[in-house]
Design a protein around this ligand. Sequence first.
Ligand code: NAD
Ligand code: DGY
Length: 325
Amino acid sequence: MKPKVIVYKKVDQQVLDYIQETCDVVYFEGLDSQNYPEFLQELKNAQGILGSGLIVDKTLLDQAPQLKIVCNSSVGYDNLDVSELSNRGIMATNTPEVLNETVADTIMGLMLSTARRMPELDQMVKSGQWTSNIGEKSFGLDVHHKVLGIIGMGGIGSAVSKRARFGFGMNILYHNRSRNEDAEQKYGAAYCSLEDLLKQSDFVCLMTPLTPQTEKMMGEKEFKLMKESAIFINCSRGKTVDEEALIDALKTGEIHAAGLDVFVQEPIQEDNPLLSMKNVVTLPHIGSATYETRLKMAMLAATNLVAGLQGETPPTLIKAGVKVK
Ligand SMILES: NC(=O)c1ccc[n+]([C@@H]2O[C@H](COP(=O)([O-])OP(=O)(O)OC[C@H]3O[C@@H](n4cnc5c(N)ncnc54)[C@H](O)[C@@H]3O)[C@@H](O)[C@H]2O)c1
Ligand SMILES: O=C(O)[C@H](O)CO
């Protein structure tokens, strides 16, 4: 008999076809309050689950006695209680690397659109406010040849460095848990303390995973250290930032602008002050959201699922505890 698995996120038909060769699939295109009870019912005898964002903790696992593998279709896995999974002998997998280049494109887009005020100027043109003497009203800041500080020089940070160094002639500073010699050699990235990075960078890009150590790692003190002309970019997780402190720093002019793909609450609440700030560019957590890359991520997650259930080591198994680089 084929093992039963749940796919709880919309995936391409070819991904479903591949899983169905060896598994019985229960498919939810997404989870909401309506179908969640049905999902929990199916979970009782599921051996694998595939999707992203679902909180997989002790409470959920208590309702999944047959579970052998949890496959995230995302590189971030802060939704998983990895030690609880490991204690129960359940495998966990994520999708690193395949999204690096796409997320790096998004980050460059946030840097450019924030520094050059593209969404704001787009609105100005479309609402008929393009006058012949528009002048300084349309000015922004240069991106090229500025200093880019990357906090979290992993796969995505490195892909951003490549673009920034070779496409824009930027100088790269970085702060990481440990030295990344590859990024130093290839992109001339210079390792420094968080404090020095914040003081010296024109753009600060946060790209760490969300862990107990990185939660609110950008707070009041950190924003105060940044230049008044600096732009803050966050494409990691909303909770790596103290959002209240960010709002204050933007309001008081402690920093110049921010480009954000992620927020403490997603979808963002309508009354969040960030939504009414001209110097903030917001995106709806779409860092990796291209047809090509989302297909690669789902296919890698499916490969992990099938391998795990066939007794093989999944290609991108998360080691127990926090991954150390
Ligand atoms: N917005 C999006 O759509 C999107 C897309 C992909 C990834 N992400 C987020 O970005 C994160 C990073 O992705 P990645 O593929 O580059 O991961 P990665 O593991 O390759 O790199 C993360 C880097 O952060 C460093 N780091 C961890 N804790 C740190 C700390 N306390 N201080 C300094 N550095 C620290 C690690 O050493 C590592 O080099 C993911 O975990 C995910 O949360 C968001
Ligand atoms: O971590 C990731 O891969 C992105 O946030 C997409 O979910």
